[in-house]
Design a binder for this molecule. Structure first.
Ligand code: NIG
Ligand code: FE
Length: 381
């Protein structure tokens, strides 16, 4: 196995905890095969087969995008334009994308996911979770997940996105029966959109229990469009994470703190729907763990960029640049139940990003600027 020493690192963000500081200046990092073998001050660096001089640039862990909906066809640019002219966001737009997705071939869907994953890589994302949810038939949910599986192990069955047509109770039976049977082999997670106009708390409980009985790990979309029961349900069930968390009352915040469930905030949604941003500061000050993800989808958040989401979180949601980076790396990894990614410490998968800037602050400070110079996944650029 070849070892590579990255040296000339002006600033390295490790998030390794215990003995290593979060931010190390004048640093070096040794990669051995696919893992990080050593991290520390350049003066103390061990020998290696190869050296790469990064010329004073910043190294951070690769971004972990723990929430995206990349398997779809078409776009909803007209809906976005109408929204910017004053129309409100409505979850019913999902059905427009469902129709386009059902009509697309496997090859078209696969090529589209590949393109979006490539966009993400260029912007520093090294792990992405991908949901189904725009098929909403047994065949289309299963093929969406089979396609997602070609790009990531973090796949999520979201048959319970909206009721496509007909009787909601019959649709829940389908989702928890034949659709789950067809989807489960390709999915690690199961998710429900728990919101007025989608699925209520009882339906969400039923769907998550059916998934759990098949070995799928439960997660939820909740409290996106208004106050509701989803966040408390997530806390009660002890989920790894509950996503959106835009409308929270004090008892929701208490429930998240007490359960340790991560609040995954998706500021691309509030940017694109013109809703109020979730209050990350309130959550952090209450002791709730906060993750950031893109929610990349054609309706509510058509961005693949975690640097953009980090900039929004810092500017609009009261996070410091370091807190936002933590939320998009190590806490995103925790939201996926992963301890092998999201930090730069010996033994971790060597997933890292070289930022063409003298400090990590620039990721938020220079929004819209392509600062991601290199993305390394499992030790390979
Ligand atoms: O996470 N909230 C539900 N689902 C997506 C939006 C889907 C769409 O509008 O197409 C979300 O925001
Ligand atoms: Fe989503």
């Amino acid at each position: 196995m070849t070892s590579t020493l990255l040296t000339g690192i002006g600033e390295l963000v490790s998030f390794a905890g215990s003995d290593l500081p979060d931010v190390i200046e004048q640093a070096a990092l040794l990669i051995d095969g696919s893992t990080v073998a050593w991290v520390g001050r350049a003066l103390d660096a061990p020998d290696a087969d190869e050296q790469v001089d990064l010329g004073g640039r910043t190294v951070i862990p690769g971004f972990v995008d723990s929430h995206s909906h990349l398997v779809f066809a078409g776009d909803r640019a007209a809906e976005f334009a109408a929204r910017m002219a004053g129309e409100p966001y409505a979850a019913g737009g999902i059905r427009t994308t469902v129709a386009a997705t059902r009509a697309a071939t496997d090859e078209q869907l696969t090529a589209h996911v590949a393109r979006l994953v490539q966009e993400m890589r260029r912007q520093g994302t090294t792990t992405v979770e991908i949901k189904s949810g725009y098929g909403l038939t047994t065949r289309d949910e299963a093929r969406s997940l089979a396609i997602a599986r070609q790009f990531t192990e973090e796949t999520t069955f979201l048959g319970a996105h909206v009721v496509p047509d007909g009787d909601p109770a019959a649709y829940v039976d389908l989702v928890t029966g034949p659709m789950l049977d067809a989807a489960a082999p390709y999915a690690r997670w199961i998710d429900v959109f728990c919101e007025t106009g989608a699925f209520d708390a009882d339906q969400a409980r039923t769907v998550l229990a059916a998934g759990a009985a098949r070995g799928l790990l439960p997660r939820l979309h909740a409290n996106q469009l208004g106050h509701g029961p989803g966040v408390k349900l997530a806390a009660e069930l002890g989920l790894h994470a509950v996503d959106h968390c835009t409308y929270l009352d004090d008892s929701d915040v208490d429930a998240l703190r007490d359960s340790g469930t991560i609040a995954t905030l998706l500021p691309g949604v509030e940017f694109s729907t013109r809703q109020p941003y979730p209050d990350a500061r309130r959550l952090l000050d209450a002791g709730v763990l906060v993750a950031l993800a893109s929610d990349c989808n054609p309706g509510s958040s058509f961005t693949s960029s975690l640097p953009f989401c980090i900039a929004l979180a810092v500017r609009e949601m009261g996070m410091t640049p370091l807190e936002a980076l933590r939320a998009a790396t190590v806490t995103g990894a925790a939201a996926l139940g992963r301890a092998d990614i999201g930090t730069l410490a010996p033994g971790q998968r060597a997933d890292l990003v070289v930022v063409d800037a003298p400090s990590h602050v620039h990721v938020a400070y220079r929004p819209g600027v392509p600062l991601i110079a290199q993305t390394w996944v499992a030790g390979r650029q």
